[in-house]
Design a protein around this ligand. Sequence first.
Ligand code: ACM
Ligand code: ZN
Length: 532
Amino acid sequence: MLKYFLFVTLCIAISPAVSCQRVSIIPQPVSVQEGQGDFLISQKTMISAVDKEDVKTANFFNDYLFKVYGFKLPVNKKKAGKYIEIATRKSTAGPTTNTYTLKVTPTAIRLNGDTYDASFFGVQSLIQLLPVQVSSSLTVPAVTIVDSPRFAYRGMHLDVGRHFFPVQFVKKYIDYIALHKMNYFHWHLTEDQGWRIEIKKYPKLTEIGSCRNGTIIGHNPGTGNDSIRYCGFYTQEEIKDVVSYATDRHITVIPEIEMPGHAEAALTSYPFLGCPGTGPYQVQQRWGVFKNVFCAGKDSTFQFIQDVLDEVLTLFPSRYIHIGGDECPKTNWKSCPLCQARIKEQGLKDEHELQSYFIQRIEKYLNSKGRQIIGWDEILEGGLAPNATVMSWRGEEGGIAAAKQNHKVIMTPGSYVYFDHSQVQKDDSLHIGGYLPLEKVYSYEPVPKELNEEQGKYILGAQANVWTEYMAYPSKIEYMIFPRMSALSEVLWSPKQARNWSNFEPRLQNQFKRYDLWKANYSKAFFQGKSQ
Ligand code: ACM
Ligand code: ZN
């Protein structure tokens, strides 16, 4: 609280003319020039949009207005009176930077993106120029903003394996991503504790694999088991609906199908997928890493995975498909005659090279379908698949090594962007462990200093990971992502030199009011001084 009062007092004392809260946007735009006066949005203000995509962007703005302020504006091809124009420039000259210009004067609001994506990002800034108090006429301060993103990949991940979240919440999560000008949703769909995507060729994956017979109570290994059957999966129709919802918000959904580890729900559904003699399997009821993994010695395993991926590819247009690759114990492979025969036949050195063989075989398949793989940094062990993008989670080392090998990298180091860690030192809610205060997220620099300029270009961006062992309900997810997601959005969007904690802190005050407008739950640790 002390921080808050100090800020408000300073704000009034130092800069009454500038009014600290007139323009308060997260992530901080590249350039903000405040003007004179205001534009007043009344219920009669017209939005002018001609192009079909611009109309969609206008509709997004309208939906936001309706949800938060209770009214919508007319959308029209013409301009009349005091209007809001959304008109993408569709510049064809040179590589696009995704720049948008948002110019607010007392007579008009003009939003012009170089691309449709950019215009959509511009609407997110316009939304943040609206008052944080609900009202029927909205004062928008005069300003000129010219803005573009720093990183091409600005992602949020969600694990729906450990706990399942309904489509309605997944859509809300996608809205949160859009409101932060982020553009990738990494959907972690398969786990030891549940298979969550309908695959028509293998119905048992959801008949059997989407249910577990109980869940541990408390922190792993738990103080008992609730013995409550826990189920959930998305039908293909639901998946299509979510992907289309995300596409409308300029967000790419990257599905993750885990292999060769984290696959016990699949093995329980189809035991032939495991190494001979390693069953019985179960959809797991506790957390951690399990030794029952896909058998790398059987061609039938690869046929199964290819069949699954065939259906996945029809649902997800994303160029990137995440194939997992993390935390695969080699215990079963070591004693499996089929896996050992594969090692011999392929002239591999050990089980790490067998894992590499596994990933490369799947990569070849996906490349043949015009897609690229992303894998967790364990895919470096035993040799990197030729075209793979590496997601660096066990620190930054994997990302550094991959970039030095000219591979693309997405940074997700545990100590900076694992939002399952606590944001207060002594959290009274159950969490996995670790301490990741807001300030630390804000301080994160995705391009490691170990890389030279050329190597640094392989860092596409970063992503927060939201593992849900200890997040059973949407409100807990909101509590864990807010406000840290807002800090991450600035790390990924804003120019490095614009990142400044003392400038971020006052803007955060408004962001908390926006969470309230969204009726989102969030951690108040920051205000209680607990994050120090
Ligand atoms: C991971 O956190 N196992 C990628
Ligand atoms: Zn095997």
